[in-house]
Design a protein around this ligand. Structure first.
Ligand code: HSE
Length: 298
């Protein structure tokens, strides 16, 4: 018995939702295959597209798979093939795709003892191996699709947020690598009350905008005074891309996850195409190679 799983890329933070908000990008993602075997345990038998360890306890997918497997301790084993399409350190949830995919795939072969929401708790064990912290803002949207809010980490409380029909994301991935752990080390553990107030206003505004399909409110709320000022120095031409996509009509723009990818949210496919072009124009004039992904996000 075997199954094939698609593990989509995701945008975490979305400016005002650091560590609590993320959205799934349709169309781009990894593939994994899970197969029952007679020999007990989890075994990674193939990895293509990335140079990653095969040892289960050193591999993000391995750790997440093992966590689900141990919780049930079945009489059979599971072997895993991993086909990475999302590059490590890209800021679009590469490690989370592996972690969420692994937890999901093992659960399927075990006869679905856990719900998808429960699996997120296992998947963040894998994510923590890569990033040094158990955050779920990529894992949750990868597992559930669409926008997800992590209202609380302890206990884990995850809310699925609806998205308006004409909302598109455009993601620019410059081919440089930023380790999430390094990007987190730049951040201050303390924030000012003024910034905390502004951030909660914007996060509430964004959620309200998503529920009511108020695109202008979504745009006004996509602001990040906590993290972006500290991290954008890691991302070449951040300000130039921001100017370009704002002139092209994007609702909002920011760093995708820990970077270096950048994202814009747009109303309608026409604007998304213009934003795509604007990103291409800025980065074509640099020496850095890049990809641009355009996707609806509902
Ligand atoms: N919320 C996380 C961060 C996402 O920004 O560090 C990256 O894994």
């Amino acid at each position: 018995e075997e199954i094939k799983v698609f593990c989509p890329a995701t945008i975490a933070n979305l400016n005002c939702g650091f560590d609590v908000l993320g959205v799934c990008i349709n169309g781009i993602g990894d593939e994994m295959i899970f197969r029952k075997t007679n020999q007990k345990g989890i075994k990674i038998v193939k990895i293509e597209g990335a140079n990653l360890p095969y040892e289960t306890h050193l591999n993000v997918a391995g750790v997440a798979a093992q966590a689900v497997y141990n919780a049930i301790n079945p009489s059979f084993g599971i072997e895993i093939e991993i086909y990475k399409k999302i590059k490590a350190g890209s800021g679009i949830g590469s490690s989370s795709a592996s972690a969420a995919g692994a937890a999901f795939g093992v659960n399927e072969l075990l006869g679905k003892p856990f719900t998808k929401k429960e699996l997120i708790g296992f998947a963040i064990k894998g994510e923590a191996l890569a990033s040094g912290s158990e955050h779920a803002d990529n894992v949750a949207p990868c597992m559930l699709g669409g926008f997800t809010l992590i209202r609380s980490y302890n206990p884990l409380d995850i809310i699925e947020i609806p998205a308006p029909k004409s909302l598109y994301a455009v993601v620019l991935h410059p081919h440089i690598e930023i380790k999430t752990a390094d990007a987190r080390a730049l951040l201050s553990p303390n924030v000012s009350l003024k910034n905390a107030v502004e951030q909660s206003g914007n996060l509430a505004g964004l959620i309200a905008g998503l529920y009511t399909s108020d695109y202008q409110l979504i745009g006004r709320s996509l602001i990040d005074k906590l993290v972006e000022p500290l991290r954008k120095q890691l991302i070449p031409y951040f300000d130039e891309v921001k100017t370009g996509v704002e002139n092209a009509g994007a609702l909002g723009f920011g760093i995708s996850g820990a970077g270096p990818s950048m994202f814009a949210l747009c109303y309608g496919e026409d604007t998304a195409n213009k934003v795509n072009q604007a990103m291409n124009i800025v980065y074509s004039n640099t020496k850095i190679s890049f990809d641009v992904y355009l996707s609806s996000v509902n």
